[in-house]
Design a protein around this ligand. Structure first.
Ligand SMILES: Cc1cc2nc3c(=O)[nH]c(=O)nc-3n(C[C@H](O)[C@H](O)[C@H](O)COP(=O)(O)O)c2cc1C
Ligand code: SF4
Length: 518
């Protein structure tokens, strides 16, 4: 007998037919006279198996995937008859890809009904807030400091230290801003969490508000994420109706409320000061620092601005204790990182694991190599501003300092895999062009430099005075790296220079014929 099944309502699953699969299950249940409870959960992050359907059984959930709508009638018949089916993956929790993970931030994602507050509480939700209310603001900040949590948006700044600065700045009004712009290529962790466990965002922001003395919060989500916007708005309304937002949070003396703001979708609007400009209703242009947002942020008031994953990790830290979180990881990279494996890869998805796992393990073992079956040639880690790493660097552990030591960055934890058909000179050109297109225009090294960079790259690709232009490109990258106002211009040299450094042969390819050049 089947009574309850789970079909992700996650945008990634919907994109490959989850809504049609849900419709087919409804129809199959109707024609067979079955009372079937269909829960639209978040994704477990095994995207090559989506739409992955889970069936509740007396031995726990059993997964099937990838399921297409036309598979459903035979699948339901097999389930009812207790017969095997080719799409059966097995007990969900036993799938090695899931079992080997350490899911702290993503513990509930894919497990609960995202919009059920009862589910949220039944699976440990609001235990972190209870702890904050018990120990008070100062001890809460101390816990976050002690946990070693660093910002998951890219810069890796210690979250607790940022909170302490805002707490120590006197003002009538302070704000919490959640950065869910998630512009990095190959990343989707924020989106998965907003859609799959929206209450954890509310809890994380509420704890931050109580800790630093802020009573208002904004969560900034890009317009390309309509499912995330809808899930967050629904969860906020439910939290408000149940006393978890508004005056006197959970019966305490603290007030906190929040709302969703939708950004139009510019990469630079993920940069914290451009995001604040956008939130205030202006064009997303980077602000010069100082003042830091912690002193003078949204509407000129002290503001905590944190990435969605940073904030969503705080409830776990409060509930389980700073020491439990700090126990995971290596060096100064404490806890876990939700790593997103994408591009030309066999097993793409979200893999949360303690820092220290090597790049090679992630790409070859966990990702399973390329989807095309060809050898992996390069990976770009950390979004469009991240370096391209060759196989020779696959022993690099996932750790902020280890990546920085090899002229790379882990950024928001995105890995994009390329096979041996990739032309790294063209990728380097793409990185420069991306900067030219997305530059906010505020500073000259980035605004002008990126355009001159594309022109210089084109000359190299055409075979024009290659040696001279390569020197010019390196000089330009140096100016951008040290002269740009923000990391968009400042980090574009990383992909460009890494391509030049690790794959020089691609820049020496024969110049295209006149015909090809046209
Ligand atoms: C061009 C650019 C784009 C950025 N995009 C994002 C983004 O999409 N999401 C994010 O959280 N941080 C992004 N950042 C980093 C933010 O400026 C900031 O460091 C972060 O929101 C702080 O939160 P955290 O300390 O929790 O990481 C970006 C930075 C730059 C320079
Ligand atoms: S580096 Fe580029 S994006 Fe950043 S402030 Fe300068 S022009 Fe704007």
């Amino acid at each position: 007998m089947i009574t309850r099944i789970f079909i992700p309502g996650d945008a990634g699953a919907v994109a490959v037919g989850a809504d049609e699969v849900a419709g087919a299950f409804e129809a199959a249940a109707r024609t067979r006279g079955l009372a079937l409870d269909i829960v639209r959960n978040g994704s477990r992050g095994l995207y090559w198996l989506e739409p992955m359907v889970e069936v509740e059984t007396s031995e726990g959930r059993v997964a099937y995937g990838p399921v297409a709508a036309e598979d459903v009638p035979a699948l339901v018949d097999a389930m009812l008859a207790g017969e095997p089916h080719a799409l059966r993956v097995g007990p969900t929790e036993e799938i090695p890809w899931l079992k080997r993970q350490t899911r702290l931030t993503f513990a509930r994602c894919g497990v609960v009904d995202p919009l059920s507050l009862d589910d949220y509480r039944a699976y440990g939700g609001y235990r972190g807030l209870e702890q904050t209310l018990a120990i008070g603001p100062d001890a809460t900040i101390e816990e976050v400091v002690q946990s070693g949590l660093r910002g998951r948006g890219g810069a890796g700044f210690p979250t607790g230290v940022k909170w302490r600065t805002v707490a120590g700045t006197r003002a009538e009004q302070k704000y919490i801003v959640c950065n869910a712009d998630e512009g990095d290529s190959g990343t989707f962790a924020d989106r998965m969490l907003l859609e799959g466990d929206p209450f954890v965002m509310i809890e994380g922001m509420t704890i931050a508000g109580i800790a630093v003395g802020a009573t208002r919060g904004y969560i900034y989500i890009r317009s390309e994420y309509p499912h995330a916007v809808a899930a967050m708005e629904a969860a906020i309304e439910t939290a408000r109706q149940n006393g978890y937002l508004g005056r006197g949070i959970a019966g305490s003396a603290f007030d906190f409320d929040m709302e969703v703001r939708v950004g139009a979708g510019a990469y630079v609007c993920g940069e914290e000061t451009a995001l604040l400009e956008s939130l205030e209703g202006r064009r997303g242009v980077v602000r010069a620092k100082p003042p830091l947002p912690a002193h003078k942020g949204l509407f000129g008031q002290p503001t905590v601005i944190n990435n969605a994953i940073s904030l969503a990790t705080v409830p776990w830290i409060l509930a389980e204790g700073a020491a439990a979180y700090r126990d995971f990881g290596m060096g100064r990279s404490r806890g876990t990182m939700p790593i997103q494996i994408a591009g030309n890869v066999k097993h793409g998805g979200l893999y949360e694991v303690a820092f220290g796992v090597t790049l090679g393990e992630l790409v070859d073992e966990i990702g399973g190599g390329t989807a095309s079956g060809r050898p992996v040639r390069a990976v770009q880690v950390g979004g469009p501003l991240g370096a391209y790493f060759p196989r020779a660097l696959f022993d690099t552990p996932f750790d902020y300092e280890a990546f920085a030591g090899k002229d790379g960055l882990i950024g928001h934890g995105g890995i994009v895999v390329f096979d041996d058909t990739v032309d790294m000179a063209k990728q380097a050109r793409f990185a420069m062009e991306f900067c030219a297109l997305e530059s906010c225009g505020k500073c000259t090294p980035c605004r002008i430099g990126s355009t001159r960079g594309v022109e210089t790259m084109d000359k190299i690709l055409r075979g024009e005075e290659r040696d001279k232009n390569r020197v010019l490109l390196e000089d330009l990258c140096h100016t951008m790296k040290f002269g740009s106002l923000c990391a968009l211009g400042g980090f574009t040299p990383y992909p460009v220079m890494s391509a030049l450094h690790h794959f020089p042969e691609d820049f020496d390819a024969p110049a295209p014929s006149l015909e090809e050049a046209r």
